[in-house]
Design a protein around this ligand. Sequence first.
Ligand SMILES: Nc1ncnc2c1ncn2[C@@H]1O[C@H](COP(=O)(O)OP(=O)(O)OP(=O)(O)O)[C@@H](O)[C@H]1O
Ligand SMILES: [Mg+2]
Length: 497
Amino acid sequence: MNGTILIVDDDEDTAVLLRDSLRKRGFDVDAVTSGQAALEHLRTSPADVVVTDVQMAGISGIELCQELRQRHPDLLPIVLTGQGGLDTAIAAIRAGAYDFITKPVKVDALAISVGRAIEHLSLKREVKRLRSAADRDVPIDGIAGNSPAIRETIELVRRVADSDATVLVTGESGTGKELVARALHNLSPRREQPFVAVNCAAMPAPLLESELFGHVRGAFTDAKRSRAGLFVQAGAGTIFLDEIGEMPIEMQVKLLRVLQERKVRPVGGDEEVPFEARVITATNRDLETEVDEKRFREDLFYRINVVAIPVPPLRARAGDILLLAQYFLKRIASRTNKPVQGISGPAARLLMDYDWPGNVRELENCMERAVALCRLDEITVDDLPAKIQEHQSSKIVITTESPGELITLDEMERRYVRQVLNAVGGNKTHAARILGIDRRSLYRRLEEPRNERKDDAKPGEVPRAAVPVDHRPPTAPPAHPAAPPMSAAGGQPGELE
Ligand SMILES: Nc1ncnc2c1ncn2[C@@H]1O[C@H](COP(=O)(O)OP(=O)(O)OP(=O)(O)O)[C@@H](O)[C@H]1O
Ligand SMILES: [Mg+2]
């Protein structure tokens, strides 16, 4: 970058001399003879550096610096000060000058100063460019994605990061729950404090209790000295209780008390110790169903579910599949020094069509494997796992028992509800949300019709369960391949896309 310079000096001879000398050194230079003329000139011809005399009629060099700071904050002024004008030099720097040169001006010294100013400017512009590119590519804290579903999650993370509220992060396995928990911590005022993660499924109740709440010396055979639990070790940071849905019921009671009183009692001790950490929990279970089925305490559920952050399954953020694939590809390729750049069209199609039951983790593993196998500069179909290559994009098909079988709307609805439930791994809350009904209606719609009782039907009405109920798994192929599947949407036969 050569840079554009504007010389401002009310002595026209000096102005022309400086202009010509700098031009000879390769700069693009203009000259004017007053501060007012400089401001006017800059309105139409932007410059990178202004070299100005101080003593001028009208606007002085110092006033010009102040004005430039307001109107052209990216421009760097250099001031020419008279003999011994240290005070002037200080005033100039305070007014926003980048440098000063004492008179009589040595052109070489001026050229060096101008060169440095221009280098400074180009670095500043580069940093700005990189920062805005980074802002665009990585939304927050490593959570990549641009689909409306993940943007909603990210928005929620941003909104609650600052608060101390207990958060319950829910979502299928591999959706990024731990990533969300870490983002909550990293965006919170607690970010300099510890983030302590505990997997509640990994330990039996007594061990978990001593891990979480600590123990005193002699509390059990191996307890040779007392030890603070993780709630206390987390200090003023965050404690992340992962897989809370698997916590043994006897621990649930204890945890509830701890959360209510914000104190822990170490195993074997009789004194309670206060803790400051923020509590974040996560589960891939449907806790409302766990509560209904008495496997999770309702009071604890309400205590941890102050703010719920659902992390959507990958199949509900179709727009993110390729974005994440490319994101992992770049990361893995640079880590492993492989020259893989992209994904071929047919491979991308397969990635988009697959339903990703293992969510983002499965996609990450898939890309890891693909980069390892890849022999060209792009991932091809051959580099993908067989199950993705062979995957048939799943269309919703309501199966019937025989080619001629016709079923009631009620029956079709029941089969469809079962199918959605199956597609979300039996999570009733999630299925109800997709179907746009509440969970109670979902249960009702799943109920088998009462045995064909003639008296159920009013005269002239078709009995409700006019066809046998299909007990085959909803995704099973039709028993009679030739049978036309029922179309629920009236579009392509058999499809409910
Ligand atoms: N949006 C995302 N952007 C980038 N990486 C992601 C994203 N979501 C998940 N990952 C990556 O996918 C992997 C699985 O994420 P994570 O461990 O947070 O999932 P999880 O929901 O806690 O899974 P599990 O229920 O199995 O514990 C991690 O390597 C994580 O970094
Ligand atoms: Mg996890």
